[in-house]
Design a protein around this ligand. Structure first.
Ligand code: ADP
Ligand code: MG
Length: 227
């Protein structure tokens, strides 16, 4: 019946949300693990403690966010700068990049206009994509992070020199639980596609097996909310 259908749809949404939250928790945990590993190896740096502290704060924010999920309109939009969001995200992932011998190259236009967005959600997207890029280069390589204006949009491209994605797998990207990693969740891209879509943006993935991958994000500068 219609009632049953509505209920099962609701359950599916709840399941997806729970999975998404579990995935969000995994990112700060991975980052924490990376920094604790560095400290264990004797690479002491006061900054690592600051990052560990901010990751723990993020975890508690996520748990708070989970409690708020039942309420409508969870997105908190405001004007935020892409360059600042990327800088913050890279601080969090620096330890992981170091561990993987990944060198980061930046080409970020500092004059970009702000985006009307949910900063935490967008940071989550950047983390998911950059983590994938780092994980695709287990033997190190170059990670390129570019951000520039293109007409009325901001274009952000993340490029790695990693394993790449086989052609026949490209259509599977973004499907929940598709993962080629031993400890993967296969939720990062799904969550990212959803967040990007909710911001009126687009996410395109270009990849060549054995060569590398580029993920491009395109966000409109003037949001609908603004009229
Ligand atoms: P997870 O990282 O947990 O596996 P994701 O949704 O983030 O889940 O990614 C799904 C799959 O897409 C990955 O397991 C991997 O096979 C592929 N993938 C995503 N990004 C890249 C990349 N930059 N290079 C190679 N493969 C990638
Ligand atoms: Mg991932």
């Amino acid at each position: 019946s219609e009632e049953l259908l509505r209920k099962s749809e609701k359950l599916a949404v709840v399941g997806e949300l729970a999975a998404g939250v579990a995935h969000e928790i995994r990112n700060p945990l991975t980052s924490l693990k990376g920094f604790i590993q560095l400290l264990k190896e004797g690479k002491h740096n006061q900054m690592y403690f600051d990052i560990i502290e901010s990751e723990l704060e993020r975890l508690s924010e996520i748990v708070d966010g989970f409690l708020l999920l039942g309420k409508p309109n969870p997105a908190k939009k405001a004007y935020s700068h892409v360059s600042e969001m990327l800088q913050h995200v890279m601080k969090l992932l620096e330890g992981q990049a170091l561990l993987h011998h990944v060198t980061v190259q930046y080409s970020i236009d500092e004059q970009l206009p702000p985006l009307y967005c949910d900063e935490n959600q967008l940071k989550q997207v950047f983390i998911n994509i950059i983590k994938n890029a780092i994980e695709a280069m287990p033997n190190g390589g170059i990670l390129r992070i570019e951000a520039k204006q293109r007409l009325d949009s901001i274009l952000i491209c993340i490029t790695d020199e990693g394993c790449g994605i086989p052609k026949e797998r490209m259509a599977t990207l973004g499907e929940p639980f598709y993962s080629t990693k031993e400890k993967g969740t296969g939720l990062g891209l799904m969550v990212s596609f959803k967040i990007v879509e909710a911001h009126g943006g687009k996410m395109n993935i270009y990849s060549e097996e054995g060569k590398g991958t580029t993920v491009c994000l395109l966000f409109p500068i003037f949001s609908k909310q603004e009229g």
